[in-house]
Design a protein around this ligand. Structure first.
Ligand code: DOR
Ligand code: ZN
Length: 345
C-alpha cells in the first residue's frame, strides 16, 4: 500500500498551552486533526466556565486563519477538591465542556490543584454519570513510596477498579496508557471504559530515556515503560477494539525547560503525529485498523459525529527537523516512512 486515505481524524488528548506557545503549536494540531480534546492544566487551571469559553476562543484564533481547515477545540474542566457539580453540569449543557479531567494532585505538570482524595469527587461524578459527561483520568498514584514505573498499575488497583464498579454508567477514559496492566484492564472492563494511546508509548521503551546519556526529550508522564509494556500497548492500539483511540498527549515545553537539572515532562509530537502513528500501524501490519483508531473509535465513545473530509498519508520519507518553532519535536532529526500529503475539510 503506497498511500492511505482516512476519514479526518481527531486528537482525543492534547496540551495546547496559552499565549505565545499556543500560537506556535495550535496550527500543527489543526493541520492534522478536525477536533481535539484540550487539556485544562494551564496555570491557573481551567476550572470555570468563563475561563474555558475564553480559552476556547483563543485556541480558535491561534489555530484558524493559517490552516485553511476547520478546527474545533473540545474543552475540558479541570477537577479540583472543590469541584462544583452544578457549574460542571451547566457547562456541559451549554456545550462548553465536553468532559472533565481528573489529575491526582501533583501527578504531573500543573496538577498541584488536582484531586487529593477521590471521595471528595463523589457528588460530581454522580452528576457526570447522570448527564453522560465523560471522565478523563490521569491514571497514576502520587504516593512517593510507589516506584514511578508502577504508578499506573497501582492506580488501577487502588482507584480505577473501584470507580468503574461504583459508577457503572460513567464513561471513563484512561488517558495515555503505558502498561500491559492498563491495556488488559480496559479490555476486560465494560464498554463504558476506554483508553487513549500516544505515539511515544508505541515507539519508546524506557531504554530510550538513557540511550547513550540522559534523554530529556523522551521524558513524559506517565513515563515510558519496559519493552513488554510497549508491545502490549501496541497490540491494543492495532487490535481494532473500539476501546482504544488516538490521543497524542502532545505536551510542548520550551527547550530550556526540558534540558534542565529538573526538566519538565512532556513530548511535543503534534507536527508529525499522524506519521508517527502510521509507522506503527504499518510495522504491525495493521494499516487497515488505522482509520478506526484515528477517526472512528473516539467520536463513537464520546457520542459525537464522525468527521467529514479526509486526510491522505503517503509512503515516502518525512524528514523531521531538529527544531520546530524553537521546540524539539518527537522524532527530532529522524525520518518517518509516511507523510501526510493532503487534508480536505
Ligand atoms: O508528560 C506529560 N506532560 N504528562 C502529563 O500528564 C502532562 C503533560 C504536560 O502538561 O506537560
Ligand atoms: Zn496529557
Amino acid at each position: 500500500m503506497q498511500s492511505l486515505t482516512i476519514r479526518r481524524p481527531d486528537d482525543w488528548h492534547v496540551h495546547l498551552r496559552d499565549g505565545a506557545m499556543l500560537k506556535a503549536v495550535a496550527p500543527f494540531t489543526a493541520r492534522q486533526f478536525a477536533r481535539a480534546i484540550v487539556m485544562p492544566n494551564l496555570s491557573p487551571p481551567v476550572t470555570s466556565l468563563a475561563a474555558a469559553s475564553a480559552y476556547r476562543e483563543r485556541i480558535v484564533a491561534a489555530a484558524g486563519p493559517k490552516t485553511g481547515t476547520r478546527f474545533t477545540p473540545l474543552m475540558t474542566c479541570y477537577l479540583t477538591d472543590d469541584a462544583n457539580a452544578d457549574e460542571i453540569a451547566r457547562g456541559h449543557a451549554e456545550g462548553v465542556w465536553v468532559a472533565a479531567k481528573l489529575y491526582p494532585a501533583n501527578a504531573t505538570t500543573n496538577s498541584a490543584h488536582g484531586v487529593t482524595d477521590i471521595r471528595k469527587l463523589w457528588p460530581t461524578l454522580e452528576r457526570m454519570q447522570a448527564i453522560g459527561m465523560p471522565l478523563l483520568v490521569h491514571g497514576e498514584v502520587t504516593d512517593p513510596d510507589i516506584d514511578i514505573f508502577d504508578r499506573e498499575a497501582v492506580f488501577i488497583d487502588r482507584v480505577l477498579g473501584g470507580l468503574v464498579r461504583d459508577f457503572p454508567a460513567l464513561r471513563i477514559v484512561l488517558e495515555h496508557i503505558t502498561t500491559a496492566e492498563a491495556a488488559q484492564f480496559v479490555a476486560d472492563a465494560p464498554a463504558t471504559v476506554a483508553a487513549t494511546i500516544t505515539p511515544q508509548h508505541l515507539h519508546l521503551n524506557r531504554n530510550a530515556l538513557f540511550a547513550g546519556g540522559l534523554r530529556p526529550h523522551a521524558y513524559c508522564l506517565p513515563v515510558v515503560k519496559r519493552e513488554k509494556h510497549r508491545l502490549a500497548v501496541r497490540a491494543a492500539a492495532v487490535s481494532g477494539s473500539p476501546k482504544y483511540f488516538l490521543g497524542t498527549d502532545s505536551a510542548p515545553h520550551a527547550v530550556d525547560a526540558k534540558e534542565a537539572s529538573c526538566g519538565c515532562a512532556g513530548i511535543f509530537n503534534a507536527p508529525f503525529a499522524l506519521e508517527s502513528y502510521a509507522v506503527v500501524f504499518d510495522e504491525e501490519g495493521a494499516l487497515d485498523k488505522f482509520e478506526g483508531f484515528a477517526s472512528e473509535h473516539g467520536p463513537r465513545f464520546y457520542g459525537l459525529p464522525l468527521n467529514e473530509g479526509e486526510v491522505t498519508l503517503e509512503r515516502r520519507t518525512a524528514v523531521v527537523p531538529d527544531r520546530v518553532v524553537d521546540l524539539v519535536p518527537f522524532h527530532s532529526g529522524g525520518t518517518l516512512g509516511w507523510q501526510m500529503s493532503r487534508s480536505l475539510p
